[in-house]
Design a binder for this molecule. Structure first.
Ligand code: SF4
Ligand code: SF4
Length: 467
């Protein structure tokens, strides 16, 4: 049963051995069920089919994102590509808040839907299951077509075939993974030149080996031994979080153990819905549905909103409860995510492709030139983050008779170019009434004609110095 403090304690408290021991002491009394439809089949869209479709989509997304600059931390270029935007390293705040948003969404999804990310979206899980399926298919093929050879010979054939395919797949997956950090064309030519000397080449070789070892040997053990997200889930979930739950009030389980056999995490969900290994994939839901369907009964294993909540999709629940918004905390989280998303989107759209910053250099407050003008020094940084060349025009407002010392008030910037430059602004001595004068520097950047205004101060000599 779930304690008052939520189910966090259950994750650590549940051990399969203990439960089996206690069950051994109390023999179960099962009802005998008549078979009513031995040809019962799952409907077209079982959880298994849904997972396969989602896995395929995730694989396509995983492969596509870095190639179309939809997501990449480009380390050599010091750029972050996200959703078609190219951020420079000096826009760290936007990058940081984008990453924070993604983490927040994953944490909120875990609170509402449990380990749906692990079961449906995680690349590690997708490739682990793919490698298991591959191994099974290769084994079946070899046993069928090379039946005249000894078992040892077939085992060797099986191993060589599986490791060869996994080796090729590892090179490809490592290539895609590293493309999240190095531009793919650049990476391709490094690969072609068998670069094992530079940092990129060494990283590529190491990641390929790790990927191979992971998918050939570690597989789902990674989820229960290395990945911290499964443990984190114990903190994020509560009594209303979606879980995979076994309920058998009529005591009609036929002990076929199909739910155990299909589980890639090697657990028996009947022991508890809060086992840390469970990734909420729903394979056991389908398995039990197939078995109990033959007896004209519903699956004993279902997705449910917590240990005591209704099953997923229960028509009696209100629409917002059916999508997981089941208490005030969840509404608050949803509202925060919504506001955060709008703020982030607004920040993205307000971003100018040409960045202009101007700041005073106060190492020297002012200087008086031979031309009897007073000079103040400023520093500007221009960065053209767009794909087209740009021209930045500077002008001064609210500072009478002011002049730039720049050769031209129009500065040309090629696409991707950045410039840092010091310049002076001068006014005739005694032309301004006070020591500190407020004025504006205005920049207009083509091709978007974006305007930035910088509130600055111009420092004049004190009255006595002016005499
Ligand atoms: S117990 Fe069921 S839902 Fe959990 S990992 Fe195993 S098959 Fe998936
Ligand atoms: S698949 Fe269903 S009927 Fe079979 S052992 Fe599991 S819970 Fe019982």
């Amino acid at each position: 049963m779930l304690g008052e403090g939520g189910h966090t304690a259950n994750f650590s408290a549940v051990t399969t051995e203990k439960i089996i021991d206690s069950e051994k002491k109390q023999p179960k009394v099962r009802k005998k069920l008549p078979v009513v439809n031995k040809d019962f089949q799952l409907e077209k869209y079982s959880w298994h089919t849904l997972r396969r479709i989602v896995h395929l989509l995730c694989f396509l997304v995983f492969v596509t994102l870095p190639f179309f600059n939809l997501m990449r931390f480009d380390i050599p270029r010091q750029r972050f590509y996200f959703a078609g935007f190219e951020f420079w390293i000096n826009e760290f705040a936007t990058i940081f808040f984008s990453m924070l948003f993604l983490m927040f969404v994953i944490a909120a999804a875990s609170m509402l839907y449990g380990r749906i990310y692990c079961g449906y979206l995680c690349p590690q899980m997708i490739f682990s299951e793919a490698s298991i399926n591959l191994e099974e298919k290769v084994k079946t093929f070899i046993n069928k077509n090379f039946a005249k050879y000894s078992i040892d010979a077939r085992n060797w054939m099986n191993r060589v075939a599986v490791y060869t395919v996994l080796g090729i797949a590892s090179v490809f997956l490592a290539f895609v993974f590293i493309s999240y950090f190095i531009e793919p064309h650049d990476l391709f030519w490094r690969l072609m030149s068998f670069d094992l000397v530079t940092v990129g080449g060494i990283a590529g070789a190491v990641i390929t080996l790790i990927t191979f070892a992971d998918f050939a040997f570690l597989r789902q053990k990674f989820c229960t031994t290395i990945c911290p997200y499964g443990y984190l889930q114990g903190i994020l979930g509560d009594d209303n979080t979606l879980v995979v739950h076994y309920r058998d009030p009529e005591k009609i389980c036929v002990e076929c153990k199909k739910c155990v056999r299909v589980c890639h995490m090697d657990i028996d969900i009947r022991n508890s819905p809060y086992q840390i290994e469970c990734i909420h994939c729903g394979e056991c839901v389908d398995a039990c549905k197939l078995i109990m369907g033959k007896f004209g009964k519903e699956s004993l294993i279902q997705y449910a909103w917590g240990e005591n909540g209704e099953v997923l999709g229960d028509k009696k629940a209100k629409w917002f409860q059916r999508i997981g918004l089941r208490d005030a905390k969840r509404f608050a989280v949803f509202a925060i995510i919504f506001i955060y998303a709008i703020a982030l989107f607004t920040a993205f759209t307000m971003r100018h492709s040409v960045m202009v910053t101007v700041a005073p250099n106060r190492a020297t407050l002012y200087r008086i030139g031979d031309d009897n003008r007073v000079y103040n020094t400023f520093r500007m940084t221009l960065a053209n983050r767009g794909k087209n060349d740009s021209t930045v025009s500077l002008s001064i407002a609210n500072l009478p008779d002011a002049k730039f010392t720049l050769p031209s008030n129009e500065i040309s910037l090629k696409a991707g170019e950045s410039v840092q430059q010091e310049f002076e602004i001068s006014v005739p001595a005694k032309s301004l009434p006070t020591e500190v004068n407020h004025f504006e520097i205005i920049s207009v950047a083509t091709p978007e004609n974006t305007t930035d205004k910088f509130e600055e101060t111009f420092i004049m000599p004190l009255e006595k110095e002016n005499k």
